[in-house]
Design a protein around this ligand. Sequence first.
Ligand code: NAP
Length: 289
Amino acid sequence: MIDGRTQLVGVIGWPVEHSLSPAMHNAAFEALGLNWRYVPLPVAPGMVEAAVRGLVALGFRGANVTVPHKQSVMPVLDSTAPEAAAIGAVNTILITRGPDATATVSGYNTDAQGFINALRRGGFEPQGTRVIVVGAGGAARAVVRGLLAAGAVQITVLNRTLERALRLISDLGDPRLTAQELTPESLVTAADGAELLVNTTTVGMWPDVQGSIWPAGVPVPSRLTVFDLVYNPLETSLLRQARKSGAQTIDGLGMLVEQGALAFEIWTGQPAPSEVMRAACEKQLRAGR
Ligand code: NAP
């Protein structure tokens, strides 16, 4: 029941109607008997400052931030966690209030640790490994930052637009990083010397479900673990190619759940029921959203 004590969080983005986060977080609140609700909050480009002021005025406890506001929200915040500053993007905000009702808005990024938690849950320990990251957008920045912190020894960033990959590695500034242009040949060659391949591009995402970064007809090295950030569909063409070649696979839903679980803990201070959260996402995906 929603009443005068109900605590509110939500997601600001554009669009947000397909987000799995409301189902995921509301299932978690219900499972723990918390009088909290999570609502989708469509915020048009250019409106993020007004939206954050609105959240503060309306008594919200926090929010997730998604495309296209992850960077543009940063100047509006009172403080930014070092991890979010290093990635250059915020995906979670926390609103705290002092005794005189003065609000403080803090920004976090749970994508990097969410990715690493999902990787470990999938049975892969990144410490000491060589990794290929395909893509150089916002998600790639979080993935690379997480891998550096978790002790990967070599990370090659392959992107269709080489300049963007070069900018990513220069921004994160670490000698373990190199960048290359993404071509079928560069990918297959690079994968030969790696233990982990991560797709952070949108390739393979519904409705273009036939798309894959990996060339058709070429086996995926079976000692590779392949992680696809795309979670709709759960088994992408890339993961199917990897599975059929005998490689280990990890789907993108694990990262969505783990980054959500970390946000849940930031807001509520309670351990998140991640199994409940994953089940709610799967149900929503099966229902075709
Ligand atoms: P983004 O900033 O827009 O970056 C998109 C990336 O995809 C760029 O590197 C882009 O390359 C590449 N790309 C797009 N179309 C391509 C094509 N046809 N061939 C090769 N590369 C292509 O997006 P993002 O925020 O990083 O998100 C990327 C994906 O990760 C999305 O599918 C998103 O849903 C997913 N994601 C999942 C989670 C999770 O929790 N599982 C979290 C965050 C994001 P160019 O630079 O050349 O354009």
